[in-house]
Design a binder for this molecule. Structure first.
Ligand code: PLP
Length: 392
């Protein structure tokens, strides 16, 4: 794969590249925000989609046995996780699956816990479904984010938490949770009868020497307490095809989860999504290996640039993901001021840290899944703007 290739994504209905007006962003801002890659996907996926497109027939589809085998094969090869077909439910996306879990496993007013700063749709789902949002905020210590386990258990007890939504690896702070951290969280949840929804959508993006551990596979005792959310959408840039896989070992829980979609008459079966997912999981190993290496080089490039040219801006070294959590606090700007500086002076469209919770104040999330030349362009725009304002 040539990840250096610049793909012109303008005028393709891309929310990242064409969403400026809709999102009230100046037209000339370079987009490095939403988690969507500028790389073409696996060649075999393109071929499979082309074949279907050329057939001219796009009737109702369902998950074939080959489809399930491709998911099972990927989890086995890439994550040493043995899953059964009976455990897999497809859905139109991970956020939709989170919504379904909240509906299936909690009642109006029940407390649901998350760990801010965290992927903002978690909070949106909890609030829009009128559950009570409880935050076990991550702690920023010695240049890295850690879990406050005392607070974790206290929040569960004090608020009678019913559901905990874990982000693993964590977006936006880039932590790949260790086996010990995962075990401690799960043990506490099980002790207090809290169900865990483990959003592992970023499982395939982990930098060496870190390793993603599938939570539910850590211990036989976790099988009745964890629901795992996975998707090919981040890994292979298929988000527009709206398909994800929810893995539920406990069949009673799975029935409850499936009922939410049945009641809404939402049946995933998106013909293009199914075909793309199958081809990606069957043929995408080398692509992902190469891409993760490329992303790591992008990260090193960006880190080196900041260190050399503007050491006041610091990367929180991610252990995975293609989203980098960057600390701008030393520039001494208020959040609004920083946002305006980035949009109007640096001409960069990033994700404001505060959307992930007030813990994200002074931070920005930068998407590095783009050719190196685009990163270089973005960093040079930022540097020029900083120099103009005498900020570095
Ligand atoms: C942690 C996390 N979960 C879910 C999603 C979105 O998943 P989907 O598009 O399948 O709803 C994202 C996208 O960035 C994400 O970072």
């Amino acid at each position: 794969m040539n990840f250096n290739k610049i793909n012109d994504r303008k005028n393709t209905h891309s929310i990242k590249w064409d969403g400026h007006t809709k999102m009230n962003i100046p037209d000339d801002c370079l987009p490095m925000w939403v988690a969507d890659m500028d790389f073409q996907t696996v060649p075999e996926v393109i071929e499979a989609l082309n074949n279907l497109a050329h057939s001219g027939i796009y009737g109702y589809a369902f998950e074939s046995d080959e489809y399930f085998q491709s998911v099972i094969g990927w989890m086995k090869r890439r994550h040493q996780w043995t899953i059964l077909k009976e455990w897999i439910s497809t859905s139109p996306g991970v956020v939709s699956a989170i919504h379904a879990c909240i509906l299936a496993f909690t009642q109006l007013g029940d407390a649901v816990m998350i760990q801010k700063p965290v992927y903002h749709p978690f909070a949106h789902s909890i609030n829009s479904l009128e559950r009570k949002l409880i935050n076990n905020a991550l702690v920023y210590k010695d240049d890295q984010y850690i879990i406050d386990f005392v607070d974790f258990e206290k929040q569960i007890i004090d608020n009678s938490i019913k559901l905990f939504i874990l982000c693993s690896p964590h977006n936006p702070v880039g932590r790949v949770w260790t086996t010990d951290e995962l075990t401690m969280m799960a043990d506490i949840c099980i002790k207090h009868n809290v169900l865990i929804v483990s959003d592992e959508i970023h499982m395939d993006f982990v930098f060496k020497p870190y390793r993603h551990q599938i939570l539910v596979d850590l211990n036989e005792n976790f099988k009745d307490h964890v629901i795992t959310l996975t998707a090919p959408s981040k890994t292979f840039n298929l988000a527009g095809l709206k398909l994800s896989n929810t893995i539920i070992l406990n069949q009673k829980l799975k029935k409850k989860y499936d009922k939410v979609y049945d009641d809404l008459s939402v049946h995933a079966g998106h013909s293009f999504g199914l075909i793309a997912t199958q081809a990606a999981y069957e043929h995408g190993d080398a692509y992902v290996d190469e891409m993760v290496d490329y992303l790591h080089e992008n990260l090193m490039f960006m880190d080196g640039f900041f260190k050399e040219h503007c050491p006041k801006i610091k990367i929180i070294q991610p252990q995975g993901l293609y989203l980098v959590w960057v600390d701008f606090r030393e520039l001494g700007m208020k959040d609004r001021e920083l946002k305006s500086f980035l949009l109007t002076k640096a001409k960069l469209w990033l994700n404001d840290g505060v959307i992930f919770g007030r813990e994200g104040s002074g931070f920005q999330r930068i998407n590095i899944a783009t050719p190196r030349a685009t990163i270089e362009k973005a960093l040079n725009q930022l540097l020029s703007a900083l120099k103009e304002e005498n900020l570095c």
